[in-house]
Write a protein that binds this ligand. Structure first.
Ligand SMILES: Nc1ncnc2c1ncn2[C@@H]1O[C@H](COP(=O)(O)OP(=O)(O)O)[C@@H](O)[C@H]1O
Ligand SMILES: [Mg+2]
Length: 390
């Protein structure tokens, strides 16, 4: 019996001891981990502090030129235009897009994203959320306006009519005619009427001010348009980037050609019925690369001519609407006398007539002021080479 007692007594005893030992061991381990945890916690705090300091030092602003493979990003620093490639983490890599603005620290690592670069491009790209021009402010050009509305406004506001009839609206609308005849005016008015954003890019400014960046800016223009759709993209002076390809070997032409290629690629990427409508203007249609005028590109071409007498009268009425005119003013007669003038010149005539009245210290503008203004403006525009167009 005593044997039994021994066995029974010893077995639970040793098992108990073993478990006690194990518990002690685990407790020791817990303590160990707690210590390690504390150390890590301290390290984390230190890193957080350093990170905070890093973010507090002045940061440089850079633009994302391209997002490359393997976590790499191609940046261009604002101001000095220095370019470099930096590596970012996967999460950031996924969110970055060409054209975005980022803040970089002095080791050129991206600290955070700031937003889009577009606002820095205001000189070439002008975004008008709500143009204020109405059709009433455009004199003459009734048929031209109607054609533009069919091609630009109705696809945005009444797309169902195109579906019903089963035709595609034109892809791009090209307005051509002498400078100052109201091309920009029409484009703005149609944007207002369609409640679309008006995004204007000037071809000549693009070519002159942003050498080497033309293609990128064209890309950004269309990114902006997609973001802000419904939108009307208006490329003014398109001849500056869309002239017949010259093989004269001048340094500018390869760059201009790349810009044009980008424009063609962007246009090909749009459907005819999209809510981004594309318009362009030129006074040198004879110079345009035929590639621009192919179907699916600028396939609706609308001439904007010099105003005839009736249209000149309308334009004079528009620009004298807010002026005090004497009873002797005969706008019809002025419209007849001011032959061969553009809308912009007629506006200048009205302004000059107003100036004459101010100089005379008169309360109202009279006929004589207008006659003198016509002579002055016509003399100015008759200066050599001031009216080069076709
Ligand atoms: N048909 C017109 N009716 C009223 N104003 C006009 C007209 N055409 C030109 N203007 C005046 O001339 C200015 C310049 O015209 P704009 O539309 O920029 O010419 P374009 O783009 O054809 O060179 C306009 O802001 C407007 O004041
Ligand atoms: Mg214009």
């Amino acid at each position: 019996m005593s044997d039994m007692d021994e066995t029974i007594g010893s077995t639970p005893g040793s098992e108990h001891d073993m478990l006690t030992l194990q518990i002690q061991d685990l407790k020791a381990q817990i303590l160990d981990y707690k210590l390690k945890n504390e150390l890590l916690e301290k390290e984390l705090q230190q890193l957080r502090k350093e990170n905070g300091q890093l973010k507090r030092v002045p940061l440089f602003v850079a633009a994302v030129v391209d997002v490359l493979e393997n976590g790499e990003v191609y940046l261009r620093q604002q101001g000095n235009n220095q370019e470099y490639v930096t590596v970012v983490n996967e999460k950031l890599h996924r969110t970055l897009k060409p054209g975005m603005k980022v803040a970089v620290n002095n080791t050129l690592s991206i600290v955070k994203t700031i937003g889009n670069i577009f606002d820095a491009r205001v000189r070439v790209m002008e975004l008008d959320e709500q143009p204020s021009v109405t059709f009433e402010q455009v004199g003459g050009l009734k048929e031209e306006i109607e054609e533009v509305r069919e091609a630009v406004e109705y696809p945005l506001t009444k797309p169902e009519i195109y579906e019903r009839v089963g035709v595609e609206p034109p892809k791009g609308i090209l307005l051509y005619g002498p400078p100052g005849t109201g091309k920009t005016l029409i484009a703005k008015a149609v944007a207002r009427q369609s409640q679309a954003r008006f995004i204007r890019m000037s071809g000549s400014e693009l070519v002159h001010k942003y050498i080497g960046e033309g293609a990128q800016l064209v890309r950004e223009l269309f990114i902006l348009a997609r973001e802000r759709a419904p939108a009307i993209v208006f490329i003014d002076e398109i001849d500056a980037i869309g002239s017949m390809r010259t093989n004269d070997g001048t340094s500018g032409s390869a760059e201009v050609q790349r810009t044009l290629m980008q424009l063609l690629a962007e246009m090909d990427g749009f459907g005819n019925r999209g809510n981004v409508r594309i318009m362009a203007a030129t006074n040198r249609i004879d110079m345009l690369d035929p590639a621009l005028l192919r179907p699916g590109r600028f396939d609706r071409i609308i001439g904007v001519p010099l105003p005839d007498t009736g249209a000149r009268l309308e334009i004079l009425k528009i620009h004298t609407a807010k002026m005090s005119l004497s009873g002797n003013v005969d706008l019809t007669g002025i419209a007849e006398l001011a032959g061969n003038t553009t809308g912009a010149e007629l506006q200048a005539i009205c302004r000059e007539a107003g100036m004459m009245a101010i100089r005379r210290d008169a309360d109202a503008v009279d006929q004589e002021d207008f006659l003198a203004a016509i002579t002055k403006v016509k003399r100015e525009v008759a200066a050599p080479d001031s009216r080069m167009y076709t």
